[in-house]
Design a protein around this ligand. Structure first.
Ligand code: AMP
Ligand code: GLY
Length: 426
């Protein structure tokens, strides 16, 4: 069979690599892909949001399954367009994708289903939002309602910071129309973790647990990024906590959406804060995490394609079981100098082959392109150096040994990926 993956980041490289290993798959295509994806799939020069051209490509080339990587085309309705043409596609439709596309929709759905999350209020008027800040009396997080490329959330500590955040989002419109409404919510304390599952509209198959590292610098300092590294499993999500996430969060949400006439099919990702009161939802995403996907899919022993196919065809995944490597996976992201701020592109990268040659290491490309005979940088997050091993300490060491072989001008990365888990395990 032929599979098309849509997207161009590290998540999509990992998906292409995993899908290409399936015995059911003859050819993998990726639109638009990147310099590294070109080694595992045939890259097609169509942008991930050019829905009409993607439909045409899939029809003309008899693609059997399309897997959508990023949130923007899902929120824009790519699945609705494919479904209207009877083309098998993996991902939620636009009504379901509103869980990520609108923070207000997500918070309202959680409220209706009594799902544990931070107390909140929504505003379309900056003055009323500021009045609420004066009355709240607890630290607030200010969130633009719409999609803002992962940047529309401002965590504040003081009243003045919260007021400034409302002005930046609602008045200065730093995230454009995404900021015409905001959510103000209580700031939660705890450790963050990612709980990612596959859903067929009714049944849920959880993936292994994982943890991202969002701040740019060691010890969780510096500005927020798309994610500087990840590992799986995450010891903070022990068996009891994971069961509670399924029982109190994911199943009630999917059932609640079904009552509203929304069938949730695809990846359902709960970004959680594990508080002293148990797990609470920070956000829902409607696609796989990046970079969580890198260690997750390296640990996944089962073929992922049957699961994706069943969901795309609207079948039940109740009896599908996934098998995982016992040992952990660790991914260290190598970023361009200046990221998450502005950065230069086109820097030649050396050492990828040597790093890839280490047993149990795979270098996934996030922001690279081929230039002549070399690979050069083309994005903020450039590579996800991912290792699989027998225990966390040696796996972290292996990932960093691979990192030490790679270089490009301005390269920076966190040197403490996985340390929270090491502390918890000791
Ligand atoms: P979100 O896009 O909603 O996940 O927010 C991005 C980041 O902001 C999260 O990964 C958290 O680090 C932080 N965050 C969001 N909401 C809260 C909250 N209610 N309390 C504390 N931190 C939060
Ligand atoms: N790694 C966080 C995200 O994909 O949203």
């Amino acid at each position: 069979m032929k599979v098309l993956v849509i997207g161009s980041g590290g998540r999509e490289h990992t998906l292409c690599w995993k899908i290409a290993r399936s015995s059911a798959v003859d050819e993998v295509f990726c639109a638009p892909g990147n310099g590294g994806i070109a080694g595992d799939a045939i890259c097609i020069d169509i942008a991930g949001d050019d829905i009409r051209s993607l439909v045409r490509f899939v029809r003309d080339n008899s693609i059997d399954l399309t897997v959508v990587g990023p949130e923007a085309p899902l929120v824009a309705g790519i699945v609705d367009a494919f479904t209207a043409e009877k083309l098998p596609v993996f991902g939620p439709d636009s009504r379901a994708a509103a869980l990520e596309g609108s923070k207000i929709f997500a918070k309202t759905a959680m409220e209706n289903c009594s799902i544990p999350t931070a107390r909140f209020k929504t505003f379309t008027d900056a003055g009323l939002a500021k009045t609420f800040i004066d009355q709240a009396g607890y630290p607030l997080v200010v969130k633009a309602d719409g999609l803002a490329a992962g940047k529309g959330v401002i965590v504040t500590s003081t009243r003045d910071e919260a007021v400034r955040a409302v002005e930046d989002i609602m008045v200065k419109r730093e995230f454009g129309d995404a900021g015409s409404s905001v959510v103000l919510e209580e700031r939660l304390i705890g450790e963050e973790a990612s709980f990612i599952a596959i859903c067929d509209g009714k049944n849920i198959v959880p993936l292994a647990s994982s943890q991202d590292h969002k701040p740019a610098l060691d010890n969780d300092e510096g500005p927020n990024t798309g994610g500087m590294g990840a590992y799986s499993p995450a010891p903070v999500l022990d068996r009891e906590t994971s069961e509670s996430v399924l029982d109190t969060i994911l199943y009630p949400l999917v059932a609640g959406l079904r009552k509203q006439g929304i069938t949730y099919r695809g990846v359902l990702y709960a970004g959680l804060m594990i508080t002293s009161d148990g797990p609470k939802v920070l956000e829902f995403n409607v696609r796989l995490g990046d970079p969580e996907t890198q260690p997750l899919l390296m640990r996944l022993k089962s073929d992922i394609v049957p699961l994706l196919m069943e969901v795309a065809h609207g079948s039940s995944i109740k009896d599908l079981k996934l098998e995982w490597e016992q040992g952990p996976g660790v991914c260290v992201v190598l970023a361009s100098g200046g990221y998450p701020g502005s950065y230069e592109k086109g820097k030649p990268i050396t050492g990828i082959d040597k790093a890839d040659a280490i047993d149990g290491v795979k270098v996934f490309h996030a922001g690279t392109r081929i230039q002549g005979n070399s690979i050069v940088t083309s994005g903020g997050r450039v590579l996800g150096v991912t290792a699989l091993g027998s225990d966390l300490r040696t796996t972290i060491d292996k990932a960093y040994r691979a990192v030490s072989l790679i270089s490009f001008d301005g390269m920076h990365y966190r040197s403490d990926i996985g340390h929270k888990a090491l502390r918890r395990l000791s």
